[in-house]
Ligand binder design. Structure first.
Ligand code: HEM
Length: 394
């Protein structure tokens, strides 16, 4: 029997430390700032924090000028170029692509076949994100990007200290990752060149290239960041949402009939299973929080997961209850996309993609959730380690 709520041991340990020691918890080189007040503090005082040092481990994939590792004026400027394609109005135009990709995936399942819903939707999400943002031509190479980016994602999924050693020693693992990166880059630079010549037109690609304010490296870094950040996290959330639809009695049927309820299922999924279990900052200046002094340079982590499972914020927190969304929590209480100036620029796209793809699934006969052990893994994109096995309707 699969439990109705999956627990993530590593993250639950953090919740235990929070209960015992309060909002500031030091563990080895890391200082955790936990709970709603801590989140509010981090989001409201961006001048005290920097992300460049905090997300260095992402640089092998995303590049040194990625939005994720940019602070201050550089961050503002780069974000201005990326934002228009991810604005609400623009997202609506991507819906047909999202729906078509989800339907093609689901319709390829043979009746009674066992499939891994995580891997299946991950592929659909990658393809539809690339198609929506960068056009059909690059989307045709979605599997190429998937294969090469996976080598890089596997590298950064490891402990940053290990990655540093691999890099210094130029180990075979590191060299392999750099080969993958060169393959990705060659394709991305070709797309940049073609866009400059007016040959292709994907929304973001065009605004990044024609903006005339970004170097080729900056354009490359934003493209790879949007692709990688776009599908890795969203596919984790999709797997947990499918799990919730199938695991709880009556939820599938209600979601089939009521779009508002489906939106609540998505929110409740992002509450219990926020793919970003933690997010990072480095203290740019010394400060005091909750009576504790934090030194400049301290590596800090805040945690959507810990906050989302607090009984003070969400009564009966381990209960999967889409109806709790009749009242809306504050931004520092529900933060699957972080907050402040670095709040996820793809939040609207991700929520729409999840909703559209779940709706496509709900319009087909109900699959069966197979008995399995669901073990969460990953701190930046929590997902079920061995996927999510379902049996397609017979
Ligand atoms: C369910 C899916 C997603 C989740 C849970 C998620 C979560 C997050 C979180 C927690 C942050 C860091 C915020 C902070 O620390 O303040 C972030 C940043 C970011 N995300 Fe997402 N994300 C998702 C989907 C996407 C998508 C679809 C895209 C793009 C297509 C995207 C692109 C980015 C970028 C570029 C940043 C850096 C923003 C900045 O620093 O200004 N994400 N995301």
């Amino acid at each position: 029997m699969i439990p109705d709520v999956v627990r993530y041991r590593q993250a639950d340990l953090l919740s235990g430390l929070h209960r015992r020691f309060g909002p500031v918890v030091r563990v080895g080189p890391y200082t955790y700032l936990l709970g709603p007040e801590a989140n509010q503090f981090v989001f409201a005082h961006s001048e005290l924090f920097e992300v460049e040092a905090a997300f260095q481990s992402l640089v092998p994939v995303d590049g040194p000028t990625s939005l994720i590792v940019s602070d201050g004026e550089d961050h503002k400027r780069r974000r201005r170029f990326v934002q228009p394609a991810l604005a609400h109005r623009q997202i609506a135009s991507y819906v047909p692509v999202m729906r078509a990709n989800a339907e093609a995936t689901i319709d390829a399942w043979r009746p009674g076949e066992t499939v891994d819903a995580y891997q299946e939707f991950r592929r659909a999400i990658r393809r539809s994100t690339i198609h929506a943002l960068f056009g059909e031509e690059l989307a045709q190479e979605s599997d190429f990007f998937g294969a090469h980016l996976q080598v890089l994602i596997n590298l950064i999924d490891r402990n940053p200290a290990v990655v540093k050693v691999l890099r210094t020693m130029k180990s075979p693992g590191w060299r392999n990752a750099m080969r993958a990166r060169r393959a990705v880059d060659a394709r991305v630079y070709k797309a940049i060149e073609e866009t400059r010549q007016g040959k292709t037109a994907g929304d973001v690609l065009t605004s990044l290239v024609q903006g005339d304010g970004l170097s080729d490296l900056e354009v490359r870094d934003q493209i790879v960041t949007l692709i990688a950040a776009g599908y890795e996290t969203t596919s984790g959330a999709m797997a947990w949402a499918v799990f919730n639809l199938l695991r709880h009695n009556g939820v599938w049927e209600r979601a089939q009939q009521d779009d508002d309820y489906l939106a609540n299922v998505v929110n409740e999924t992002l509450r219990l299973y926020p793919p970003a279990v933690v997010s990072a900052r480095v203290a740019a200046a010394p400060f005091e929080f909750a009576g504790k002094k934090i030194k400049q340079g301290t590596f800090l982590l805040y945690s959507p997961y810990v906050t989302h499972r607090l009984a003070e914020v969400f009564p009966d927190p381990l209960k999967f209850d889409p109806d709790r969304w009749e009242t809306k929590p504050a931004p520092h209480e529900f933060l699957p996309f972080g907050g402040g100036p670095h709040r996820c620029v793809g939040a609207g796209l991700a929520t729409t993609e999840l909703t559209v793809m779940l709706k496509a699934l709900l319009q087909r006969p109900k699959p069966e959730l197979l008995p399995q052990r669901l073990t969460p893994t990953g701190l930046a994109a929590m997902r079920p380690k061995n996927g999510l096995k379902i049996r397609a309707a017979g």
